[in-house]
Design a protein around this ligand. Sequence first.
Ligand SMILES: Nc1nc2c(c(=O)[nH]1)N[C@H]1C(S)=C(S)[C@@H](COP(=O)(O)OP(=O)(O)OC[C@H]3O[C@@H](n4cnc5c(=O)[nH]c(N)nc54)[C@H](O)[C@@H]3O)O[C@H]1N2
Ligand SMILES: Nc1nc2c(c(=O)[nH]1)N[C@H]1C(S)=C(S)[C@@H](COP(=O)(O)OP(=O)(O)OC[C@H]3O[C@@H](n4cnc5c(=O)[nH]c(N)nc54)[C@H](O)[C@@H]3O)O[C@H]1N2
Ligand SMILES: [Mo]
Length: 770
Amino acid sequence: MSTIDEPNEDDLSVSAPKTWATGAPAVGHALRYALGQTSPRRTALTLLGINQAKGFDCPGCAWPEPAPGQRHRNEYCENGAKHISDEATSRRVTADFFREHSVSELGRRSDYWLNQQGRLTEPMVKRPDSDHYEPIGWDEALGLLADELRALDHPDEALFYTSGRLANEPAFLLQLFARALGTNNLPDCSNMCHESSGSALNETLGIGKGSVGLEDIYDADLVFVVGQNPGTNHPRMLSALEETKRRGGQVVAVNPLPEAGLLRFKHPQKARGILGRGTAIADQFLQIRPGGDLALFQALNRLLLEAEDAAPGTVLDQQFIDTYTTGFDDFAAHARTIGWAEIEDATGLTRAEIEQVHRRVLASGSVIVCWAMGLTQHKHGVPTIREVVNFLLLRGNIGRKGAGVCPVRGHSNVQGDRTMGIWERMPQSFLDALGEEFSFTPPAAHGLDSVDAIRAMRDGRAKVFLGVAGNFVRATPDSDVTEQAMRACRLTAHISTKLNRSHTVCGRTALILPTLGRSDRDVQAGGEQFMSVEDSMSEVHATRGRLAPASAHLLSEVSIISRLARLTLGEKPDIPWERFEADYDTIRDRIARVIPGFEDYNARVRRPGGFRLPNPVNRREFRTPSGKAVFTRNDFTTLRAPEGHLILQTLRSHDQWNTIPYAMDDRYRGITGARRVVLVNSADIAGLGLADRDMVDLVSVWEDGRERRAPGFRVVAYPTPVGSAAAYYPETNVLVPLDSVADISNTPTSKAVVVRLEPARDRSAAAAYG
Ligand SMILES: Nc1nc2c(c(=O)[nH]1)N[C@H]1C(S)=C(S)[C@@H](COP(=O)(O)OP(=O)(O)OC[C@H]3O[C@@H](n4cnc5c(=O)[nH]c(N)nc54)[C@H](O)[C@@H]3O)O[C@H]1N2
Ligand SMILES: Nc1nc2c(c(=O)[nH]1)N[C@H]1C(S)=C(S)[C@@H](COP(=O)(O)OP(=O)(O)OC[C@H]3O[C@@H](n4cnc5c(=O)[nH]c(N)nc54)[C@H](O)[C@@H]3O)O[C@H]1N2
Ligand SMILES: [Mo]
């Protein structure tokens, strides 16, 4: 029997939100979690290998490490340590476990409970008429999947989903396999994450990546931190911002919530950090209304244009604008027309506050804007980021020291996966190079992204689903629709390290294909292997696990994908799957020939710290159709819920990693013991006739008229702007309509769902975890 208890949602207790992040308690929390999972020896081995030149890349997030000589001995954060301890756990899920627990029973378990069972240890199959997973050999399991793929009427009936957890080498092989099979159906977590950033940056700057490096962050005069919660999701970013401040730079934070990490930071690995008051991070905090950022940046742009009118030649970088950009006149004419009343309404900020930011901008020679999900997961996420680019272009804050765009990525290798070709819409130049290297013609038609993949399964157009390194049914919107879509598949298979809900929502046949994690040693016919990843700032470096694998039956992701490809496609002289599996250098040799910037990959990735991929933007080279950076004209709409409703954002607590809660607490926001809470402004609580701690159902309202209900949430009074609310994902994904997506990027609008709060129909509903 499992010894893990289901959490009790009645344990909720609430205290005031914290006003500083990290520090002594943080390290203690990480250690406590680690020691709850495994032995002190394994804990020490694990933690000492994180982010060291010869160790493994922390899977916690994509924030870069300082150059090897400047790294701390403990170059990790509380949450990275928790995340890796969760992988290095000594608990195991065995065949006995699946004999004891039917698939239907596992389907009623919480995300927390499933994950706490430990590492998956051997391949398992759920056959069509069974309600249990049973053991299956690797050859049979992969043969079964290969047979289903070969039996499809068209390769486009297959879907290959990945998260950004996958390292470069298996990612390259996966996309090669999909395209050699004949499909571009490579949906990934990026579709739900930074797709809006990619769309906006590709269009305006010619490359979908950030332009700044860590040194730029340190050197900037002004850094905007917009729509992100670094204290929880990118804690090492706070050390970088501390350095910015030490060098005299300023920080402006823009967020509907007064997140602890934005206010004050205590460095956990410096005595003055632990004991002292720490460093104030934000020089100015703008408590913006959800979705108000486009209006904010447009207002700042208008102020810059007016300042230039008042003192010509002193505010804008006219030479930069003339030489490197197009579209200025149309943009400027539009930006001058917006009125202050509309701006104040959309942002919830006063004109005086915005003018104060404007004065900081004028006083700053170099400016960086950082952002994450608070911008990307909105209907107008793409135009918002385009407006951020306008703002930077005006003063030439692109392509020089201490200035630029900084989309802060989530998954540790999400950027690398895209570089490797994990994208349903890779450009023709990539497809041509791939085809030439491996002597085949990749399909040209675009594939399906995550939202379209769900529609295809729902409508019977996609029949086989392979998920790699993620938890598709919990990461995606409209949980009920998505689960039904997955169940309609002929076969669903997952290459995973740990049990999650996607394993319990099965097609007719289902496979669990357990794999090595980042921290596990990987030995192949050609000896011990390492892999490589690319962080948020285009630094590519090696990652090498040191721990004994969780079970003798695990295969690496490279092995699984290579073997599956060979069984499906047959051995072909031009794609030597067996050699790829034996020696990952042979994969990197091919990457070096297909993808620009990876010349001499094997040698350069072995240098301590690896190498940085060039970003043409930093040479002021813009690969847009015009060859110039593009000013755009963007309209804003004010997000407003109808009478009696709120705009709900779905976000991460401090104790979760994406779809997986590690504990029921959200320490910085003062919430402990429960996750089914909805944070609401006290004025709205009163206005809606509710009281603090009332139990409500969240009901979302969408144009299709269908009822979407998340039952059993406690109302908690919280300083979120009037008219808005916040609750944790993935519990609230059931509320996000599949068709509620960002324009252009097709990203679900996870940060703006219109909901009403109804008295809970069934007080025990909170125990229904689905
Ligand atoms: N510990 C930990 N680390 C992680 C993850 C994790 O789950 N746990 N996930 C990783 C991944 S994949 C990602 S993508 C990143 C996510 O990193 P974040 O983007 O920081 O994650 P979220 O929790 O979604 O937080 C969104 C933030 O945006 C704010 N926000 C919401 N709406 C708006 C808006 O309209 N305007 C503005 N200005 N702000 C808004 C919210 O208040 C919140 O502070 O973190 C990565 N790192
Ligand atoms: N409502 C709402 N929905 C969201 C978001 C939101 O803010 N709000 N955020 C979106 C974002 S930004 C993202 S990135 C997605 C995240 O979505 P995903 O990336 O799909 O989800 P994860 O929770 O990261 O996946 C966890 C699983 O990955 C597997 N895993 C972990 N490590 C490894 C490994 O090394 N190898 C392999 N093969 N498997 C491994 C484990 O089995 C684990 O259960 O969710 C998105 N969904
Ligand atoms: Mo993400």
